[in-house]
Design a protein around this ligand. Structure first.
Ligand code: DGY
Length: 322
C-alpha cells in the first residue's frame, strides 16, 4: 500500500524527522522558512497530511476545492491559527500536542514573572552596556514575588503547572478565573481559590498571568478596560496567545503608570512587536520560547506522529480537536 504523503512545514527535531521518514512519504523543510499562503493552498491539494506550526496561518482557503488533505497534525497545543470550522466542514481532522509542553511553558511564565518583578532585563542591559557602576542600595529595586498574589486566567494544564510552581515554590496566593468550575481537589493541590469573573480578579492581583486559549473568543480580553482595573504596581504576563492582549492598550497603560510592568512571550502579529513596547524598560520581551527545550520539542513532535499513526491506522487520534 502507498505510504501517506506528509508535509512538515518547518524544521523539526532530527529524531522526530527520522521517525516520520521511516513511516511516511515525507517532505521535510530543510530551509526552515515559513510557507507562503499560496504554498499552503497548493500543499492541501498534494498531501494527505500537513504538519503545521503556529507560524502557518491555515485559513478557510486551504480547505476550499476538495483538497487531498485529510489531517492537520499541529505541532503545538494552541490552534487559533487554524480555521477549525472550515476544517470541520471539509472533513479534515485536526490534532494538537497537549500535556507535553505544560511544564516548560509554565517555567517560561515563571521566568517572565521573576524577570519583570526583579527588573532582570533592565539589569542585564545595564551590565552589557558597560555603564554599571557597582552595587547601590537603591539600584534597580523591584518588587517581591514571594508571597505576592498571582491571578491566573484559564486554569487548564499550563495554568495549573504555573500555580504549583508559584504556590509551592514562591508561597504565592493563587486566584483563578476559569470559564467552568474547577474541581475543589485541583484548586487545593496548589492552594488556589476560584473567583467569579475576570473583573473580580483584576483588582485583587499583584501578577496576572494569561493561560486561556487565543482566537476570536478571547481577542483583546485584556484591553484598556481590563488594564484600568488592575493595581498600579501590578505585572501582566502573557504566554498564551498574542491576540488575548491589546498591545496598543498595554503600551498606553504602561506609559500612563496604570500597571507597573509586563512580560510577554507572544504577540498579536508575531514576529512584529508593537514599537512602543520595544522601547520600554519595564517590559520583558521573549521570542515565543514557551515550549523551547530539547525535551519538550522532541516530545511535541512524537505526539504529532502518534496522532498521525493512529489516524492512518484507522483509529481516532488521541489529541483530536476537530
Ligand atoms: C503552542 O504549543 O501552542 C506554542 O505556543 C507553539 O505553537
Amino acid at each position: 500500500m502507498a505510504r501517506a504523503k506528509v508535509l512538515v512545514t518547518r524544521a523539526w527535531p532530527a529524531e522526530v524527522e527520522a521517525r516520520l521518514a521511516a513511516g511516511y512519504d515525507v517532505t521535510l523543510n530543510t530551509s526552515d522558512t515559513a510557507l507562503t499562503p499560496a504554498e499552503l493552498v497548493a500543499a492541501a491539494a498534494d498531501y494527505d497530511a500537513i504538519l503545521p506550526t503556529v507560524t502557518d496561518r491555515i485559513g478557510a482557503e486551504v480547505f476550499a476545492g476538495a483538497p487531498r488533505l485529510r489531517i492537520l497534525g499541529n505541532y503545538g497545543v494552541g490552534f487559533s491559527h487554524i480555521a477549525t470550522d472550515a476544517a470541520r466542514a471539509a472533513g479534515v481532522v485536526v490534532t494538537n500536542t497537549p500535556d507535553v509542553l505544560s511544564d516548560c511553558t509554565a517555567d517560561i511564565a515563571m521566568t517572565l514573572i521573576l524577570m519583570a518583578a526583579r527588573r532582570a532585563g533592565e539589569g542585564e542591559r545595564l551590565v552589557r552596556s558597560g555603564q554599571w557602576t557597582g552595587w547601590r542600595p537603591t539600584q534597580l529595586v523591584g518588587r517581591k514575588v514571594s508571597g505576592a498574589v498571582l491571578g491566573i486566567v484559564g486554569f487548564g494544564r499550563i495554568g495549573q503547572a504555573l500555580a504549583r510552581r508559584a504556590h509551592h515554590g514562591f508561597g504565592m496566593r493563587v486566584l483563578v478565573q476559569n470559564r467552568s468550575a474547577v474541581a475543589p481537589e485541583v484548586l487545593a493541590a496548589c492552594g488556589a481559590e476560584q473567583v467569579g469573573t475576570l473583573d473580580d480578579l483584576l483588582p485583587k492581583v499583584d501578577v496576572l498571568s494569561l493561560h486561556c486559549p487565543g482566537g476570536a473568543a478571547n481577542r483583546h480580553l485584556i484591553g484598556a478596560a481590563a488594564l484600568g482595573r488592575m493595581k498600579p504596581d501590578a505585572i501582566l504576563v502573557n504566554t498564551a496567545r498574542g491576540e488575548v492582549v491589546d498591545e496598543g492598550a498595554l503600551a498606553e497603560a504602561l506609559a500612563a503608570g496604570q500597571i507597573a510592568a509586563a512580560g510577554l512571550d507572544v504577540y498579536e502579529a508575531e514576529p512584529r512587536v508593537t514599537p512602543a513596547l520595544m522601547g520600554m524598560e519595564n517590559v520583558v520581551l521573549l521570542p515565543h520560547l514557551g515550549s523551547a527545550t530539547h525535551e519538550t520539542r522532541a516530545a511535541m513532535g512524537h505526539r504529532v506522529v502518534d496522532n498521525l499513526d493512529a489516524f492512518f491506522a484507522g483509529k481516532n487520534p488521541p489529541d483530536r480537536v476537530v
